[in-house]
Design a protein around this ligand. Sequence first.
Ligand code: KIV
Length: 287
Amino acid sequence: MNASPLQPAQGSAQTLYGGITNRRITVRDIAAAKQRGERWAMLTAYDALTAGVFDEAGIPVLLVGDSAGNCHLGYENTVPVTMDQMVMLSAAVVRGSKRALVVGDMPFGSYQESPGQAMHNAARLMKEAGVGAVKLEGGERSARSIELLVEAGIPVMAHIGLTPQSVHALGGYPVQGRGDEAAHQLLRDAKAVQQAGAFAVVLEAVPAELAAQVTEQLAIPTVGIGAGAGTDAQVLVWTDMAGMTAGRVPKFVKQYANLRSVLGEAAKEFAAEVGAGTFPAAEHTFK
Ligand code: KIV
């Protein structure tokens, strides 16, 4: 019943950046990228507008993360996010993009009960939202569900290391894989999801050296977040990456812009001009 890692499609020697322009990227393109050593970037997106911006920028994989809970919907963490919300957000990201592989996250409580429950909800993300793959948390503990989904034709991205849906059990967001036993468990988890047929695996908040070791030992790509530079791909939450997040961001985040301040300044200027009566001006007015 074990699925083998995906083989790249015949003749798909096109790079993820710039090479493929007339169709959506698939998990076979991702497998081919690992074979030729191409590193790639994944960003989260939660709506059609930002999905369109990142798609035009050439980001090959968009993750509709359940980080929508704290980054988009105003919850404290990802735990309250529902399947209906993930379907709605994922459908918007699919509509807003043309080229990226869209990966829909399975929220807390939507797959842990049984492989059958995982199948039911993953099928919803594919049929109702149109995603090209789903993501779920857990290594060995999720392997049976991953196998079932992959056998049914649903590409699965796994997520190990720090799994934010377990925030209450973990007591926060601690770095994972420190110490011999934890490192061995991470490696076992990585091999279990590969053996189950996952096309890629997110490694969150693990020491860089361990993430590099896992990457070397896997045939499928690793996608790091807080896992150092030795993974095949990197993912960031878009609101962190673009400087939209209020307050402190985790150590592993690099802010490539300061959109929160740009938008705030624009809003203040608009309000000031309305107050002063200088907006709308003649050029914004119908005659
Ligand atoms: O939900 C999310 O955004 C994620 C990424 C941080 C990998 O799971």
